[in-house]
Write a protein that binds this ligand. Structure first.
Ligand code: AMP
Length: 240
């Protein structure tokens, strides 16, 4: 797409002045962002921080945060920026995030991206790179409908066609049952895409403007995309 074509990746880098390597993953729901964030986190030895997973964990725990975010998650709407930014600030303050993180599902709006920049700047840091997985929007509904998620807290991801478990309906890693997320049901998927794509494209544009967008094609085999992500991050870090 045009944003990607305009991406110059002028200023991405490795660890910032605060010593942290903060990478942002961008992609529409169904683009494979969560799967790739998990894999990239393992390859780079960084924690995978997904706001969606943090919200779902709060729902399961029945915490006050869970009660606040439930109506938004059930409708497929975005949780308000102030709530989301507070959750990320708390997560980035945890010890395992000191070396950096792979952010998945955050930022989802330009005000969130700006809040992240302020948060990192306050400790001498910055976003090292924004990795954008590009997928044709027509493919997204199909991909989301086939998605299955492990019910264990690690929430491992599968797809009935492109990434099936060894035993149908069971997680290869935890042996726990897989389920379809309520917000992956067809009616909700369409609402999610209609609501979430426009702000995501604005975030992509924001990172084009700040010169740190790194695009990869999302229609390639999973392993090829992961290798490509590692390659573009390492290449950008060498250039910095
Ligand atoms: P995800 O697992 O990333 O698809 O997120 C699931 C749901 O959590 C989304 O549909 C939103 O309701 C909410 N959510 C996750 N991340 C954010 C964010 N950065 N801003 C607002 N809402 C979010």
């Amino acid at each position: 797409m045009t944003q990607a074509a305009r991406a110059t990746a002028a200023r991405p880098a490795g660890p910032d002045a605060s010593g942290a390597r903060i990478l942002v993953m961008l992609g529409a729901p169904g683009a494979g962002k969560g799967t790739q964030a998990e894999r990239l986190a393992a390859r780079l030895g960084l924690p995978h921080v997904s706001t969606g997973d943090l919200f779902r964990a709060a729902l399961r725990a029945g915490s006050p945060l869970g009660a606040d975010v439930r109506p938004y998650l059930e409708r497929g709407a975005l949780v308000p920026d102030s709530v989301t930014v507070d959750v990320i600030a708390a997560r980035l303050a945890e010890p395992d995030a000191r070396r950096g993180v792979i952010l998945d599902g955050f930022p989802r709006t330009v005000p969130q991206a700006e809040a992240l920049e302020r948060l990192l700047a306050s400790r001498g840091g910055r976003v090292a790179g924004a990795l954008y997985i590009e997928v044709d929007p027509d493919l997204l509904v199909e991909r989301l409908a086939g998605r299955r998620v492990c019910t264990a807290p690690a929430a491992h991801l599968y797809h009935v066609e492109s990434r099936p478990p060894l035993v149908a309906g069971v997680c290869d890693i935890d042996g726990m049952p897989l389920e379809q997320r309520r917000d992956d049901e067809p009616a909700t998927v369409r609402t999610r895409l209609e609501r979430q794509l426009p702000p995501m494209y604005e975030v992509v544009d924001h990172y084009v403007e700040t010169g740190i967008l790194l695009s990869v094609r999302g229609d390639l085999p999973i392993d090829v995309i992961t290798d490509e992500l590692v390659r573009v991050v390492e290449r950008a870090e060498k250039r910095a």
